[in-house]
Design a protein around this ligand. Structure first.
Ligand code: DGL
Length: 246
C-alpha cells in the first residue's frame, strides 16, 4: 500500500514521522511545496490550484491513500477536494477535534496559520469548550527560513496565554510541533499539547491497511541546503529526495 503525504514544506514531516513510527511497513511518498510556502496566507483559490497539482501527482504515482498533513489545506478546501477526487483523502484536523471532544476539557488554545484561524474550524466544531484562537503567521518563515527572532515571536503570540496559564494547546499547524519545546520553555509550566500528527497516526493504525516493504520517497518543489538540513534533523530513516516542480 502506497501512502501520499503532503504539506507546504517540512511541517508535514512531523506527521509523516509519527505515522512511520506506527506503521513502519509502507511505501510513503512525501511532497513538500517549498516553492510556494507559506500556505497559511494563500486564498482558497490559490490553495486549490496548488493542491490539485499535488493530488494529480500522487494519483500518477498510484498511491492508495492521501493524507493532507497540512492544517491550512484541511481547514480550507477539504470538502472541495473530496468532491473533485474519488481517491481516499484524509484530513488532519477532524481526528484532533474528535480527540479534544472525548477529553472533556473546559478550554483550549488553538495556535495555527491565519487561514486556519479565519476558518474557525475548531471554535465552530467545539461548541461546549471555550476556544481561544491565535494566528501565528511568523512561525512558518522562522522554521523554514530562519526569518525573525524566535524569542520575540514567541512572546508576541504567547504572552496573553502565559498570563492566564492556559495549558491545553492545539498545535493547529503541522509545523508547530517543531517549536513544541520552545513553547513549553517560554510558558514555563506543563502543557497538554494536541499534536495532530500523533493523533492521526493512531487513527490510521485503526484503518487496517495492507503492509508492504518500507520505502520513503520525498519530493520538494524547491530544495536548498537549509531544507536538506531541516529534513535530516526531522527524519532519521533512509530516504530518497528530489526536487520536482509540479
Ligand atoms: N504546515 C501547514 C499547516 O499545517 C502549512 C503552513 C504554511 O505553509 O503556512 O497549516
Amino acid at each position: 500500500m502506497k501512502i501520499g503525504v503532503f504539506d507546504s514544506g517540512i511541517g508535514g514531516l512531523t506527521v509523516l514521522k509519527e505515522i512511520m513510527y506506527k506503521l513502519p511497513k509502507f511505501h510513503y511518498i512525501y511532497y513538500g511545496d517549498t516553492l510556494h510556502l507559506p500556505y497559511g496566507d494563500k486564498t482558497k483559490q490559490e490553495l486549490l490550484k496548488l493542491v490539485s497539482k499535488i493530488i494529480d501527482f500522487f494519483i500518477k504515482e498510484k498511491v492508495d491513500l492521501i493524507l493532507i498533513a497540512c492544517g491550512t489545506v484541511s481547514s480550507t478546501i477539504y470538502d472541495e477536494l473530496c468532491n473533485l477526487y474519488s481517491i481516499k483523502i484524509l484530513n488532519i484536523i477532524n481526528s484532533t477535534i474528535e480527540k479534544i471532544e472525548t477529553d472533556k476539557i473546559q478550554d483550549i488554545v488553538v495556535l495555527a496559520t491565519t487561514r486556519t484561524i479565519n476558518s474557525h474550524v475548531f471554535s465552530n466544531s467545539l461548541e461546549n469548550i471555550k476556544v481561544t484562537e491565535i494566528a501565528c503567521p511568523k512561525f512558518v518563515p522562522l522554521l523554514e527560513k530562519n526569518i525573525g527572532n524566535k524569542d520575540n515571536i514567541l512572546d508576541e503570540y504567547l504572552r496573553a496565554i502565559k498570563l492566564d496559564r492556559k495549558n491545553n494547546i492545539v498545535l493547529g499547524c503541522t509545523h508547530y510541533p517543531l517549536l513544541q519545546k520552545d513553547i513549553e520553555k517560554y510558558l514555563g509550566y506543563k502543557v497538554n499539547f494536541y499534536n495532530m500528527g500523533k493523533i492521526i497516526a493512531e487513527k490510521i493504525t485503526d484503518l487496517n491497511l495492507i503492509n508492504q516493504d518500507f520505502m520513503l520517497e520525498m519530493y520538494f518543489s524547491l530544495i536548498d541546503d537549509n531544507l536538506l538540513n531541516n529534513v535530516k534533523r526531522i527524519i532519521d530513516v533512509e530516504y530518497k529526495i528530489e526536487q520536482i516542480v509540479l
